[in-house]
Design a protein around this ligand. Structure first.
Ligand SMILES: Cc1cc2nc3c(=O)[nH]c(=O)nc-3n(C[C@H](O)[C@H](O)[C@H](O)COP(=O)(O)OP(=O)(O)OC[C@H]3O[C@@H](n4cnc5c(N)ncnc54)[C@H](O)[C@@H]3O)c2cc1C
Length: 435
């Protein structure tokens, strides 16, 4: 009997959806990707482009609870929560604070390590050698601090790196001045992480995934998925804004918008958007060979083929509030503080929606109770890094192959238990105060 080849619908044409579609296609599945935007039109468009194989530091770290009042009052700080949106974000924030406790931090760091360490291999598999070296520079990243003394946060990060066996080379202020002529005397010390890297153009990188998919016979259709409907007898139908499409499996990789499709099915998962901003300088007048993350002020500077990109900041304000361009302007002040001679003329601002879970780990696997409905989203700050390895593991799961990664830490079921304890009480009090 001839085997019926299953077809798969992938919702979302960001780095995650397109990587998953490409892996599925290469495993012999006919794939259709649905997205109203062209490839890489979401968060994947304007990120900082860091590909961080050797990064395993969760976003939530001990000491977060103390910072909550500052999040609500300093609208231009590195992390801000819109007071009007705070009650809505509260359940997610509670889980975030819970994930910042030490035993959890270690487990999360282990899972980040397991996912991120294969990123360059996956990118090479997806792109091939020539495109990989055209778009990606696996040459390292530099972190800098404005103080010479080690901060408590930096000490914890160092111990997590040591636990994971990640190489990091300390840099003095003089080393930094040699590596980055023109860097301010304000910068006291730094560190090179040689196992990390970056892309010179995230948009072109994600576009390349789309091109490879289409050239090999895949389809990308400009439609918006409105509802996922279980088909009698197996499989799914996706109702789009202009059509009706059926498939044996559906992959939800719609980034920060994934809850809009899953909530109506009763698949409740804690996904929030951490909105982030960038300013791109087309003619900065300075040349960097490597990206720099300023850990004191929480922003990054990446040399890209179309200019210098300054990116960062976290704003919890949901999917609908308009961008607050003052947050992007702060990035310009920051880069001037680090490189006093930088030319910021003709800068372009952008805001994007990081799809974030409270524990910095993506959600990977089958939706509980929905056979054939797969979830691959929630990569938060690390989608350019964790996207391709997640895609490879889930594509293998779908095609009945061994994922090559223990998927338990990323299981959608890990959020079944509600958070409890001191963080809950303290944050509820703050919620009342914010109303
Ligand atoms: C300022 C900033 C800096 C960042 N820096 C880095 C970095 O240096 N390194 C790193 O690894 N990560 C970084 N990130 C995070 C990274 O950009 C994201 O994790 C990643 O792009 C998420 O990819 P995605 O495919 O899940 O989502 P997206 O790229 O957002 O793609 C989701 C797609 O789904 C589509 N969609 C939504 N709803 C529907 C629907 N109903 N039907 C069909 N399609 C739909 C959207 O149109 C979109 O194209 C940064 C993010 C920001 C905002």
């Amino acid at each position: 009997m001839k085997e019926r080849v299953a077809s798969t619908l992938v919702l979302g044409a960001g780095v995650v959806g397109l990587s998953t579609a490409l892996y599925l296609q290469r495993a012999g599945r006919p794939v259709t990707v649905i997205d109203p935007l062209p490839p890489g039109g979401g968060a994947s468009f304007g990120n900082a482009g860091l590909i961080s194989a050797d990064t395993s530091i969760p976003i939530a770290l001990p000491g977060m609870l103390r910072k909550v009042p500052g999040w609500l009052t300093d609208r231009l700080g590195p992390l801000s929560v819109d007071p009007l949106y705070f009650p809505k974000a509260l359940p997610w924030l509670l889980r975030w604070i819970e994930a910042s406790r030490m035993p959890r931090v270690l487990k999360i760091s282990d899972a980040m390590r397991a996912l991120h360490r294969t990123t360059f291999d996956c990118w090479k598999e997806l792109l091939g050698q020539a495109r990989f070296y055209d778009l990606i520079r696996p040459n390292g990243q530099v972190h800098v601090w404005e103080s010479e003394a080690e901060t408590p946060g930096a000490a914890l990060e160092r111990s997590l790196r040591e636990r994971q066996g990640i190489r990091a080379e300390p840099l003095t202020a003089d080393d930094l001045r040699q590596m980055f002529p023109g860097i301010s005397r304000r910068i006291g010390r730094g560190m090179l992480i040689p196992g990390n890297g970056f892309t010179v153009n995230p948009h072109r990188l994600v576009g390349a995934l789309g091109e490879l998919l289409v050239n090999a016979g895949g389809e990308i259709v400009a439609e918006r998925a409105m509802k996922i409907i279980r088909t009698e007898g197996g499989g799914y139908t996706v109702m789009t804004n202009i059509g009706w499409r059926s498939a044996s499996e559906v992959v939800v990789s719609t980034g920060a918008w994934s809850r809009q499709l899953l909530d109506p099915l009763g698949v409740r998962l804690p996904l929030e958007t951490e909105r982030g901003y960038h300013a791109t300088l087309p003619a900065p007048g300075i040349e960097l060979k490597l990206p720099i993350s300023n850990k004191t002020r929480s922003f990054g500077v990446t040399p890209m083929e179309h200019g210098l990109r300054i990116a960062g900041t976290v704003e919890i304000a949901g999917l609908h509030a308009p961008p607050d361009e003052r947050r992007a302007k702060v990035l310009l002040e920051h880069v001037r503080g680090m490189f006093p001679d930088v030319d910021v003329r003709d800068h372009r601002f952008w805001m994007g929606f990081r799809p974030s879970t409270p524990d910095s780990l993506p959600i990977l696997g089958q939706a509980p109770g929905w056979p054939g409905l797969y979830l691959v989203f929630g990569h938060g700050h690390f989608g350019m890094t964790g996207g391709p390895p997640s895609a490879r593991a889930v594509a293998r799961l779908i095609t009945g192959d061994t994922p090559g990664l223990d998927l338990a830490p990323y299981a959608p079921t890990r959020f079944a238990r509600a958070p409890k304890g001191r963080a809950v009480d303290a944050t509820r009090d703050l919620a009342r105060a914010a109303r």
